[in-house]
Design a binder for this molecule. Structure first.
Ligand code: SF4
Ligand code: SF4
Length: 101
């Protein structure tokens, strides 16, 4: 089996609502996620724009899923993006849903 290559995938960026504590946003002290690319969920949470819909796709995802992708804010991405690991349950579910072998 070939190793899973995130730069040829991107499925998990178009599968889940990517929500996180509001203070990860760059309008809070120490925050780093560009707020312009987020939307509010409630008093405590934000999500990446585009991920809170029935057919989610993060606004920061560039390229074509299953071919060649990149994250426009990779160094500033929120916590949930850092927790998905190639080969874990969330990854495999997303890859299956998008038909990425
Ligand atoms: S679904 Fe898995 S392989 Fe694809 S981008 Fe996410 S972590 Fe990487
Ligand atoms: S911020 Fe980047 S890593 Fe996180 S869901 Fe969006 S495109 Fe994917």
């Amino acid at each position: 089996m070939t190793p899973m290559d995130c730069q040829r995938c991107g499925a998990c960026c178009a599968q889940y609502r990517v929500s996180f504590y509001w203070a990860e946003g760059d309008d809070a002290p120490g925050g780093h996620v560009p707020v312009a690319l987020t939307q509010p969920l409630n008093a405590h949470l934000r999500c990446m724009a585009g991920t809170s819909s029935r057919a989610p796709r993060c606004i920061a995802l560039q390229g074509e899923i299953g071919a060649s992708v990149g994250c426009a804010i990779y160094d500033r991405r929120p916590t949930p993006c850092r927790e998905v690991t190639p080969g874990d349950a969330q990854c495999l579910r997303a890859r299956t849903a998008h038909g990425v072998g």
